[in-house]
Design a protein. Structure first.
Length: 95
C-alpha cells in the first residue's frame, strides 16, 4: 500500500477462507473478507442486499470497483461467505 492506496493487484485466493478466519458483524460471525494478494481475473463474491440471493459475482479486472470492494472489506472467496456477510448487515437493522 502506498499513501493509503493499493499499489499492485490484490484479490483473494480460493483457499483463503478454508481456515477459521472470521469477523463479527453485530452478534453474527462471518468469514473474514479477503485482504491477500492473489491471481488476477479470479472470480469473487460480494454481499448484495438488493437481490434475493444476497450476493453478486465479480471477476477481478484491476478496475477501481475491484479495489473499492477490497478496501471496504466486501470481497469473499465463496458465495456462502458473501451471503453470511449480507445477512449480518441486514440483522443490524432488522430484529
Amino acid at each position: 500500500m502506498v499513501n493509503g492506496r493499493i499499489s499492485r493487484p490484490m484479490v483473494l485466493r480460493q483457499k483463503e477462507h478454508t481456515g477459521s478466519k472470521t469477523i463479527n458483524i453485530g452478534s453474527i460471525e462471518v468469514p473474514a473478507p479477503a485482504i491477500d494478494k492473489g491471481e488476477i481475473y479470479k472470480r469473487y463474491y460480494v454481499p448484495n442486499m438488493l437481490v434475493d440471493r444476497k450476493y453478486s459475482i465479480c471477476v477481478w479486472s484491476n478496475k477501481k470497483r475491484d479495489f473499492d470492494f477490497l478496501r471496504n472489506g466486501m470481497v469473499h472467496a465463496t458465495k456462502e461467505g458473501a451471503v453470511k456477510h449480507a445477512d449480518a448487515l441486514i440483522s443490524l437493522t432488522y430484529k
